[in-house]
Design a protein around this ligand. Structure first.
Ligand SMILES: Cc1ncc(COP(=O)(O)O)c(C=O)c1O
Length: 456
């Protein structure tokens, strides 16, 4: 049974129409800015993933758990900058340390003492001995790919079908491929996410379904002796929220090692949000490499890669160049240091879990009360409602999740003061240390309104 089969399609259509009308009325300034922006910014936005329907919302300010748009509407922020703001907006300590650093110089392209302190902290927190910095998640996963290929001396990479790891050529493959282009489950097609990827690169990146060790083993055998490594987001966070089944991540690591290949975790989204020690702690598996970004930076552009002595040793020995003008820049490092050592401390995760459990129980209560098909997943600061009655295990299941319910919930939340990430069912929410119980109850109340409106 599909998620929407119990809902009268006419009721759904009229609710969407009414909510879109309200949405448009409330955002005249955003619409005007979108028109103006189209004349100077390609598509009217700074990044293609800000170009969302019905139109982008221009944000003016953020304070604590709230953001205010250019029309003066205030929202509880569940988007949190695609999961980069677990510290919340304008956190007093971030404002203080960044302001202090600005007055002392923001960039030298020389080592600083505080970068060493952050690396020492990451070492303890994520259980890997050697680290480097970059400026984005894309840079971290790019470095992980280069390290795996160089260290193992093979070219083929494996990735999970339907996972996003940043916008470099090696991994812009089978990110969100249309269902009619993906081929068979047993031997998925590698689908370029964008024009401009050389066909030879695409061929070197093979995809496997999440949560299936047999499929991984078959793929490793098919490419015997050619696979350098695999990058895995330990929980898929760009296909709603798909969690690994018990034993899956350890099984992936074991299989890769048996085949002489490496495992990199993309913890760009999970790293500072699922648990104090990220997915590594939450699921009890330490990979060969970890890529970090987003919430570890307290709102500044950031990226980091950590790894074993052996693999990172190749950087130390100069066999691999890991470089960047702004790597370890003191402004980001000041924010990272305060974020990791003073704000996202173990007690923060205790409170994330308390608020997340309220959200999960509240949303599951709504689903049950109104007979919706779906379920709620929460871990640490992250969560999502998935509109499919059976649990999603992989990208092909995810394609069956209701787009319509995700979109109408997005509109209902937006029109009632909750800012959610655009792109409907692919996204999930991120709480911050500045979110309160009232904030999460607002989401539940809006979701209850939706259930009532669709089934009354
Ligand atoms: C899992 C994952 N990896 C990598 C990236 C790329 O990070 P960035 O946008 O900082 O380059 C993202 C961005 O959304 C992501 O979600």
């Amino acid at each position: 049974m599909s998620a929407t089969s119990t809902i009268d399609p006419a009721k759904m259509a009229s609710l969407i129409e009414a909510e879109e009308a309200t949405f448009n009325e409330r955002h005249t300034a955003s619409r005007a800015l979108t028109e103006r922006a189209r004349r100077s910014l390609a598509g009217g936005v700074a990044s293609s993933w800000q170009a969302t329907d019905p139109h982008p919302i221009y944000v003016a300010e953020g304070h604590g758990s709230k953001v205010v748009d250019v029309d003066g509407n205030e929202y509880v922020d569940f988007h949190n900058g695609y999961g980069a703001m677990a510290v919340g907006h304008a956190h007093p300590r971030i404002v203080e340390v960044v302001s202090d650093r600005v007055g002392k110089g923001t960039h030298f392209a020389q080592p600083t003492e505080q970068a060493v302190a952050v690396a020492e902290h990451l070492q303890q927190r994520f259980g890997l001995p050697l680290w480097r910095f970059g400026n984005s998640g894309t840079e971290a996963t790019l470095d992980s790919v280069r390290l795996m290929r160089a260290y193992i001396g093979r070219d083929i990479l494996l990735k999970i079908e339907g996972s996003y790891h940043g916008h470099h050529d090696a991994l812009m493959v089978s990110v969100a491929p249309p269902g009619d282009s993906i081929g068979s489950y047993d031997d998925p097609v590698s689908v370029p996410q964008t024009l401009g990827l050389p066909a030879d690169y695409v061929k070197l990146t093979r995809v496997v379904p999440f949560n299936d060790l047999d499929a991984l083993e078959r793929t490793l055998q098919r490419h015997q002796g050619q696979v350098a490594g695999m990058i895995v987001e330990p929980a898929m966070m760009n296909a709603g929220f798909v969690v690994p089944e018990d034993g899956y991540l350890q099984g992936v690591k074991d299989l890769l090692h048996q085949h002489g290949a490496l495992l990199a975790f993309d913890e760009v989204k999970t790293g500072a949000t699922l648990a104090h020690g990220g997915a590594t702690e939450a699921f009890g598996v330490t990979p060969d490499l970890i890529c970090l970004a987003k919430s570890v930076g307290g709102g500044l552009p950031c990226g980091a890669i950590g790894g074993t002595e052996e693999v990172m040793g190749w950087i130390a020995e100069g066999k691999i160049d890991q470089v960047g003008t702004f790597n370890g820049n003191p402004l980001t490092i000041a924010a990272m240091h305060a974020t990791l050592t003073e704000i996202l401390v173990p007690e923060a995760y205790t409170e994330f879990i308390r608020l997340s459990e309220i959200l999960r129980d509240g949303c599951d209560g709504v689903i049950e009360r109104y007979g919706l098909s779906g379920y709620t997943t929460v871990i640490g600061a992250r969560g999502a409602v998935t509109y499919r009655s059976q649990r999603v295990r992989n990208y092909r299941d995810y394609l069956e999740v209701s787009d319509e319910l995700a979109y109408v919930n997005w509109l209902v939340q937006f029109n009632r003061g909750v800012f959610m990430a655009p792109w409907g069912k692919s996204e999930n929410w991120t709480l911050s240390v500045q979110h309160s119980e009232d904030d999460v109850r607002r989401y539940i109340d809006n979701f209850d309104y939706l259930g009532k409106a669709l089934t009354a």
